[in-house]
Design a protein around this ligand. Sequence first.
Ligand SMILES: Nc1nc2c(c(=O)[nH]1)N[C@H]1C(S)=C(S)[C@@H](COP(=O)(O)O)O[C@H]1N2
Ligand SMILES: [Mo]
Length: 202
Amino acid sequence: MSGFTRGFLGRRKPSDPRLPPGQYDTGRSWPVLTAEVTPKLDTAEWTFGIDGLVEQPVSWTWDEIHALGADTYRGDIHCVTTWSKLDMTFTGISVDTLLAIAKPQPSATHVLATCHTGYTTNLPLADVTGGKAWVAWEVDGAPLPREHGGPARLLVPHLYFWKSAKWVSGLRVLDHDEPGFWEERGYHDRGDPWLEQRYQGD
Ligand SMILES: Nc1nc2c(c(=O)[nH]1)N[C@H]1C(S)=C(S)[C@@H](COP(=O)(O)O)O[C@H]1N2
Ligand SMILES: [Mo]
């Protein structure tokens, strides 16, 4: 019996080390999760701004934000509903570049990401700095599809994907934590997938 058990376990496919606990690989499909009505945003009118506790409140147009350059993220994304999508390539601008212009004041500790639709999500400043967050407008070499947040979304891939606000309109820099849409509805304040921080209390 024990020999059978060993053989049986031996044939089990080892889990991909890129998958955080409780996550499965969604493969080629990319589920859409949207709480609000998908907006049609015209890039001619699109803006992204940083306000709150900054030395220099800024608002960029579509052309202005592209003129700042472009960075690439290659890696995985993890949704709290348990799917992960591996090996994605996003292009956009690093939040570091944007914050270097706006210059958070010394008292700044958190940001609230806002959207053209009203959705919000909160993040410690440390989770959007140091090469960990982008405003992304391309995925796998094509413009970000509208249902996935196009023309541009926040991308914070080291946290559960609800932190990656679609149709993002800006960051409000704060000296305190302010729960966003899902955080007010019982989801974890930070959402680290490797610690399975899915819900409040996890
Ligand atoms: N504006 C907005 N951003 C959002 C959401 C949303 O409902 N509205 N859902 C979040 C959640 S829960 C997830 S898992 C991802 C889903 O992104 P996708 O639809 O591109 O897969 O977007 C996040 N950003
Ligand atoms: Mo999600």
